[in-house]
Design a protein around this ligand. Structure first.
Ligand SMILES: Cc1ncc(COP(=O)(O)O)c(C=O)c1O
Length: 332
């Protein structure tokens, strides 16, 4: 199996283009470049095994306004576990979207079909599982709560699942399906990540919200201590830091708008979200290479040909990008 490509591979960029790691501007991920800053971690947190009855679950229940949660070592763990919790099923996945979902359902022997958002109403009666990313990575597409609730009802009637990956939802919590459910109903599964909004991809922490029976099954698959003690300790603090969360929602909206303004003179079809700008373009590969030669690393997609620009950490990075596009103003 060919490994799936992801952003954030700056070491590879540095090797390929012979530019030292520290000289790159990394716009290749959808991760908040100005992360929550962790305090010093007490030595006991490094030394002692993680305990399930620490602060993390209650902090998460409060933050997500939902009781039925399981912490996992990144929402990626949920993506890999869920396909093993169902008998062979017909699973629909939207294209383009984060490729790990389709890969793991296929690995587990399910029938995976790729559909577009417009196909959902037409096909839903033929599906056992519908996987959506809201907002979608890479194109930022959003689904309304009312549509999602309708699709969940239709699937649940025949014991199907609606999986909504909300890895990029933290900047718009009012649009989360979690705002509808203190207790999770059967057939609805929501994934959340601490990596994106909090900018803490390295600690590997995320959550699954689902009915308790399914959470118990996944907890059992994971075994004890699946989330490290430092990740649990830091995660609880980050989830409780409401002041930082509020400032960050503002920062992300602002940075995303600045990115849009730099890109819009060169591209007419930008799809914008709070975490990235996505552009389908026939010359995507060439533009990615030209940017890389200047030490700017963006995410390139082959199918369809597209680029995704993550947020810049600061004005210096934005200025460098702006200078690139002013020099190359004949891209269209
Ligand atoms: C849509 C989506 N879901 C889930 C993940 C996995 O994130 P994590 O395992 O860091 O929570 C990613 C990572 O890029 C993603 O883009």
């Amino acid at each position: 199996m060919k490994p799936i490509k992801h952003g954030g591979n700056l070491r590879e960029a540095a090797r390929l283009y012979s530019i030292p790691l520290e000289n790159w501007i990394d716009l290749s991920t959808g991760i908040n470049p100005r992360s929550w800053i962790p305090p010093d971690i007490p030595i006991a947190v490094w030394q002692r095994l993680p305990e399930a009855d620490d602060d993390l679950l209650s902090a998460a229940q409060h933050y997500y306004a939902c009781d039925d949660l399981l912490p996992v070592a990144g929402s990626q763990v949920a993506i890999q576990s869920l396909p093993y919790c169902r008998a062979r099923s017909r699973v629909a996945i939207i294209r383009p979207s984060y490729a790990e979902h389709a890969y793991w359902w296929q690995q587990a022997g399910h029938e995976v079909i790729y559909i577009t958002t417009d196909d959902i109403d037409l096909l839903i009666h033929t599906l056992d599982v519908l996987v959506l990313i809201n907002p979608n990575n890479p194109d930022g597409k959003q689904y309304s709560v009312s549509k999602l609730l309708k699709w969940h009802q239709q699937l649940n009637k025949k014991k199907g699942w609606l999986i909504v990956d909300e890895a990029f939802m933290d900047s718009t919590p009012e649009k989360s399906l979690l705002s509808q459910h203190t207790n999770m109903p059967e057939g609805l599964i929501i994934l959340r990540s601490i990596g994106k909004f909090f900018g803490l991809a390295g600690i590997r922490l995320g959550f699954i919200a689902a009915e308790p029976k399914l959470l118990q099954q996944i907890a059992h698959q994971q075994g004890p201590w699946a989330v490290s003690h430092p990740a649990r300790w830091l995660g609880a603090l980050a989830l409780k830091d409401q002041q930082w969360q509020q400032q960050t929602r503002h920062f992300l909206a602002q940075q995303s708008q600045k990115m849009y303004q730099i890109l819009s003179p060169s591209f007419h079809n930008i799809q914008q979200s709070h975490y990235f700008c996505y552009i389908q373009h026939p010359q995507a590969k060439q533009i990615k290479q030209q940017l890389a030669q200047k030490g700017i690393w963006v995410r390139y997609f082959e199918n369809p040909l597209a680029l995704r620009f993550g947020l810049a950490a600061n004005n210096a990075a934005l200025q460098k990008l702006k200078a690139f596009f002013l020099r190359n103003n004949s891209l269209e």
